[in-house]
Design a protein around this ligand. Structure first.
Ligand code: UD1
Length: 407
């Protein structure tokens, strides 16, 4: 394991470029399992979750080559092998094996799926989608001799269940209609990739219509990561002056609105955005499926609220996603939690020691450590590196005094 030691309180200043989106890259990687050919993916981020996903594909026989910003994935000779639980338990996106393995190999074990444990994360809608398209549960394995299109209505928008249903239907027999889908930009990115592989997928609002097709290799450039962009804009507001390049601003309306309510004003130059505080206001934010404020950014806003004027977070997607507040308390951040709401009080932050509680909660701790005077330590840095590319290099570019040590 690694820990990061931070000498905080320094003014951070400089430019950063946003990397490819983790949540777009992972469905695209698993979608390659459906295809028979070579796919070319540009801007795939080099992060822990992507490495684990690529290792799972390699275990099925995919040949993977990274050349500059391009990644080539050759899936012409795949064969089924039980997925390695030491990999599937690391990443939440291993749930996408349900759709991709059932489509390609006709089977998938009910694995121990991993990822952040900020809440109980059900997969009943994923399983229901498999069954609706003709799969059967056979002990602890799901099998399907053939998948056949159907109509599926989700009771609430789920990114994971929408992705899995698209993967199941893209090469199934006949037509599938998905209703009540998640419409995050990463859903459109998956659709664009599969259409480049010969799929026939059309999204209109929360409805997605899919005609099953045989799929060949495809081509896509991974969109910029709006969660990473939001994290660095927040860091700039806490610690100095950070210009963020290639932020996908069209995906960030709700996030930018919340920064503005806190008192931020923005400057735009070429492909850069930077934010400056021109007033200090209380913010109440509510997470909900896209296009509303993303649940992944609520932990990032908590330390920002604490150093500005305090605020309130209501999470309607993951009602229990507040465990990270215990970690932030080691840095002096005061909060009060009730049901799916947390009140964040204006707090005097100080240096501290903690373990990264989960990916975004870990980043929230790191941002606080960078803003607080003195030496802080955050253990289990790997958890943060699951989702932030070149974190060490990017922070050093801004002038952060950090040291990474093996523990
Ligand atoms: C969610 C976020 C996603 C974020 C990720 C990690 C939404 C819509 N999705 O995606 O943007 O990147 O967390 O933080 O904001 N649910 C069920 N049964 C299921 C699947 C989901 O009841 O089978 C419920 C969940 O309890 C949750 C909601 O649906 O309340 C959204 O879950 P889902 O979108 O599937 O979660 P992720 O795909 O992990």
């Amino acid at each position: 394991m690694k820990k990061i030691i931070v000498n905080g309180g320094r003014k951070l200043q400089g430019d950063l470029t946003v990397s490819g989106s983790k949540n777009a890259a992972l469905p695209i990687i698993f979608a390659c399992i459906l295809t028979n050919g070579v796919s070319e993916i540009d801007n795939l981020p080099d992060i822990g979750d992507v490495r684990a996903a690529l290792a799972l594909l390699s275990s099925f026989g995919a040949k993977i080559e990274r050349r500059g910003s391009l990644t080539f994935i050759d899936t012409r000779e795949l064969s089924y092998i039980d997925p390695d639980v030491s990999l599937t338990s690391k990443i939440r996106a291993s749930t996408y094996l349900l759709g991709s393995c059932l489509s390609r190999f006709g089977r998938c074990p009910m694995l121990i799926f991993g990822g952040c444990n900020f809440s109980y994360r059900p997969i009943d809608m994923h399983i229901d989608a498999c069954l609706a398209l003709g799969a059967h549960i056979d002990g602890d394995v799901i099998t399907a001799d053939r998948l056949k299109g159907n109509v599926i209505s989700f009771r609430c928008p789920s990114v994971g269940a929408t992705v899995n249903s698209i993967l199941l239907a893209a090469s199934a027999e006949g037509e599938t209609l998905l209703r009540g889908c998640a419409v995050e930009p990463h859903i459109d990115a998956l659709i664009d990739f599969l259409n480049s592989c010969g799929a026939s997928i059309i999204r209109q609002g929360r409805e997605i219509r899919i005609c099953g097709r045989e799929l060949h290799g495809g081509k896509i450039t991974v969109i910029g990561d709006y969660i990473e962009a939001g994290s660095y804009i927040a860091l700039g507001l806490m610690c100095g002056s950070v210009r963020v390049k290639n932020a996908p601003l069209s995906h960030m309306s709700a996030v930018l609105d919340c920064f503005s309510t806190l008192g931020a004003t923005f400057s735009f130059e070429d492909n850069f955005i930077s934010a400056h505080l021109s007033s200090k206001n209380f913010l109440s934010l509510t997470t909900a499926p896209y296009p509303a404020f993303p649940t992944d950014l609520q932990p990032i806003f908590a330390p920002l609220m604490a150093v500005i004027s305090g605020g309130e977070i209501i999470d309607t997607v993951w009602r229990e996603r507040f465990g990270y507040l215990d970690s932030l308390s080691h840095f002096g951040i005061l909060s009060h939690r009730e049901d799916n709401r947390a009140r964040i009080f204006r707090s005097k932050i100080h240096s501290g020691k903690t373990v990264a509680p989960d990916l975004r909660g870990g980043m929230a701790c790191l941002m606080t450590a960078l803003a607080a005077e003195g030496q802080s330590e955050i253990d289990s840095l790997e958890i943060i590196l699951r989702g932030y590319e070149n974190l060490e290099k990017k922070l050093r570019t801004l002038g952060a005094e950090i040291k990474i040590q093996d523990t």
